[in-house]
Write a protein that binds this ligand. Structure first.
Ligand code: AMP
Length: 193
């Protein structure tokens, strides 16, 4: 099963991706997690990404596309994966299409976790207090929400147009969101957990 999880920052992508990984034994490919690991390890990519991420801006497309390209070829991603936080721009979505075309494995479904800007802001400020992520500061959140609307919403519309998009109300309690996702996956013929 190959799934993309889209939604604004704070929509619950990471939380739901982890649920799916446990339930379906597929790989979680989170560009945010991979970039944070690169920053923590001080790799060349990490050094390049650090300040961009702290400001809540987007790391250049070629950098994230290369990371995902490497990751998608790893053995654990062969039985399926959930992409969380990618693609965030139309050029990233085009690059993903090309990668999947090459291996002859299209996406099964794109799940959109829908939450309002108000809920997103509230959750990120809550997470800031709990986890201290530098990009959960108010100015960075503002950038992240703005870029989501400007650059990621066109990606949502692209998947809506090709019929792979399923919307899920992300403002419900975590278990209810998980249940709705499970129903959506059953409808596209995903294997039962
Ligand atoms: P996330 O954990 O998904 O909220 O990502 C945290 C930060 O990592 C984002 O605000 C961006 O700076 C960067 N990032 C993660 N995924 C991408 C992506 N697909 N394209 C560009 N930047 C990304």
């Amino acid at each position: 099963m190959r799934v993309v999880l889209l939604g604004p920052p704070g929509a619950g992508k990471g939380t739901q991706a982890k649920e799916l990984v446990a339930r379906y034994e597929i790989a979680q490919l989170s560009t945010g997690d991979m970039l944070r690991a690169a920053v923590a390890a001080g790799t060349p990519i990490g050094l390049k990404a650090k300040d961009i991420m702290a400001r809540g801006e987007l790391v250049p497309d070629d950098v994230v596309v290369a990371i995902v390209g490497d990751r998608i070829e790893q053995p654990d991603a062969r039985r399926g994966f959930i992409l969380d936080g990618f693609p965030r721009t139309v050029p990233q979505a085009e690059a993903l299409d090309a990668m999947l075309d090459e291996i002859g494995k299209p996406l099964d479904v794109v799940l959109l976790l829908q939450v309002s800007d108000e809920v997103s802001l509230e959750r990120l400020l809550g997470r800031r207090a709990a986890e201290g992520r530098s990009d959960d500061a108010p100015e960075a959140i503002e950038n992240r929400l703005r870029l989501y609307h400007e650059l990621t919403e066109p990606v949502v519309e692209r998947y809506r147009a090709n019929g792979t998009l399923v919307g899920v109300d992300g403002e419900q309690p975590v278990e209810d969101v998980a249940r709705e996702i499970e129903d959506a996956l059953a409808q596209v013929g995903a294997p039962q957990a």
